[in-house]
Design a protein around this ligand. Structure first.
Ligand SMILES: *[C@@H]1O[C@H](CO)[C@@H](O)[C@H](O)[C@H]1NC(C)=O
Ligand SMILES: *[C@@H]1O[C@H](CO)[C@@H](O)[C@H](O)[C@H]1NC(C)=O
Ligand SMILES: *[C@@H]1O[C@H](CO)[C@@H](O)[C@H](O)[C@H]1NC(C)=O
Ligand SMILES: *[C@@H]1O[C@H](CO)[C@@H](O)[C@H](O)[C@H]1NC(C)=O
Ligand SMILES: *[C@@H]1O[C@H](CO)[C@@H](O)[C@H](O)[C@H]1NC(C)=O
Ligand SMILES: *[C@@H]1O[C@H](CO)[C@@H](O)[C@H](O)[C@H]1NC(C)=O
Length: 380
């Protein structure tokens, strides 16, 4: 059982996903254009985010994904199997993803031998071996304020996929764009092939349209944020997991209404072998917590909200409140704040604005449990 703690990433950039209208670009300045921009759409059915960057078709944004993959034509180009590129494509091959097109080792050095990649569906966890191929990445050049002109890069490395691998993704999606720390993720290829700075920013929308930037800033968003967005951000170090290309943050404690939740020692830590830790995710709806964290967390939140009328649990949530009885504040529902206490003394504070109201009874959903109960989460 993977000992990973997942936190949904309601916004990578603190501040900028609060209101979708912030995400529209404005004003202009002269070239050169050091960044690319692409719109992000949230699929209402799956809560997944897509960007139309792979051949202009929507692809699911997977922050921790190692590859770009999509359906491809029968006559697609292939990549040599003994190549460095092929080795990079198979670096994060899932141990349980096997190919029946196994080749004898000597075949590896024959020029006609084609590289097999192992794309993974980040929602179902399923994988399906397929050819490594080339795709065209399209986006708009931007000065950080306005989209300028469309650019297409025709030789980005991606994996083909069979249609059934798209199961549980938005109906419009033709694949996945991985943004992870791997040689063939989109940001790494933009940096290596097209010389953009190896940086990106995501403004994930609650609904409507968000925006993704690749390359260097400054980046600007519409009022009320007039300054470069980097001036309004809170920063924390990202840490690496040696076993996967995801982005982890160093969380020391979790507090509810200013009181630390009693957790087992090192419950939130990422160990040297890559177990545990707090990963950022664009594919987990809400937040998933390991049960040794979820149970004390739930107890503490319950204790901090004894005055609020309970509602019956609603799948997948365990603790629900009557939202009609909750005060409404500038930061959303008047509920105890959750401080995700980061190494270095900063907090990622989750306020009532992140809580979700559901159902005709307008129940405020707080906790989500996943099947089997091993991992559970809150609707942060
Ligand atoms: C490799 O791909 C090429 C097309 O790029 C195809 O003609 C060839 O048959 C493939 N080789 C194998 C061993 O499948
Ligand atoms: C791979 O093996 C499975 C069963 O083990 C079979 O159903 C499938 O058709 C095989 N795929 C290929 C490409 O041979
Ligand atoms: C591989 O393992 C993962 C994690 O245990 C699981 O979710 C997935 O379904 C497995 N994939 C296959 C093809 O069996
Ligand atoms: C570039 O921006 C224009 C204008 O906003 C838009 O119509 C076009 O679809 C964009 N192109 C890409 C590749 O995103
Ligand atoms: C972070 O949260 C903790 C627990 O709620 C609180 O005691 C502390 O003052 C906060 N720190 C900052 C810098 O806001
Ligand atoms: C929820 O709270 C409101 C206002 O406090 C109350 O009128 C309503 O009956 C409550 N709903 C339920 C189902 O208890």
């Amino acid at each position: 059982m993977a000992k990973t703690l997942f936190l949904i990433l309601p916004h990578i950039l603190y501040l900028i996903t609060i209101n979708v209208s912030f995400c529209t670009l404005t004003a202009s300045s002269p070239p050169p254009y050091k960044a690319l921009v692409s719109p992000i759409t949230k699929d209402p059915t799956t809560s997944l985010y897509t960007i139309p960057i792979d051949n202009r078709r929507p692809s699911v944004v997977d922050l921790a994904g190692p590859l770009i993959w999509s359906l491809c034509a029968p006559d697609h180009p292939t990549v040599a199997c003994g190549s460095k590129t092929c080795a990079a494509a198979t670096e994060f091959r899932p141990p349980n993803c096997s190919s029946n097109t196994s080749r004898p080792p000597s075949d590896l050095y024959k020029p006609h031998c084609n590289c097999t990649a192992y794309p993974v569906n980040p929602v179902t966890g399923l994988c399906a071996p397929a050819d490594l191929t080339l795709t065209t990445v399209t986006a708009n050049a931007t000065d950080g304020k306005n989209p300028k002109y469309s650019i297409a890069f025709s030789d980005f490395i991606s994996s083909c996929s069979i249609k059934s691998l798209l199961q549980s993704l938005p109906a419009s999606a033709s694949g996945v764009v991985g943004l992870g720390r791997s040689e063939l993720s989109l940001p790494q290829q933009l940096s290596a092939e097209a010389k953009y700075a190896n940086k990106f920013a995501l403004c994930l929308p609650g609904g409507g349209i968000g925006v993704a930037f690749f390359g260097s800033g400054p980046l600007y968003l519409l009022p009320p944020i007039l300054s470069a967005i980097s001036d309004n951000l809170q920063y924390t170090s990202l840490i690496k997991n040696p076993t996967n290309p995801g982005y982890y943050i160093d969380v020391e404690h979790i507090a509810i209404a200013l009181k630390q939740v009693p957790l087992p020692p090192d419950a939130l830590a990422l160990d040297k072998r890559g177990n545990g830790g707090v990963a950022l995710s664009t594919v987990k709806p809400y937040t998933a917590l390991r049960s040794d964290i979820y149970e004390p967390f739930l107890k503490a939140y319950s204790a901090a909200t004894t005055g609020i009328q309970r509602m019956p649990a609603t799948e997948p949530f365990d603790l629900c409140f009557n939202s009609s009885g909750l005060a409404s504040t500038r930061l959303g529902y008047g509920v105890p704040e959750i401080d995700v206490m980061l190494k270095g003394g900063k907090n990622w504070t989750v306020s009532g604005a992140r809580f979700d109201a559901a159902g005709r009874a307008r129940r405020t959903r707080l906790w989500r449990s996943s099947n089997g109960g091993a991992r559970r989460g809150g609707a942060w």
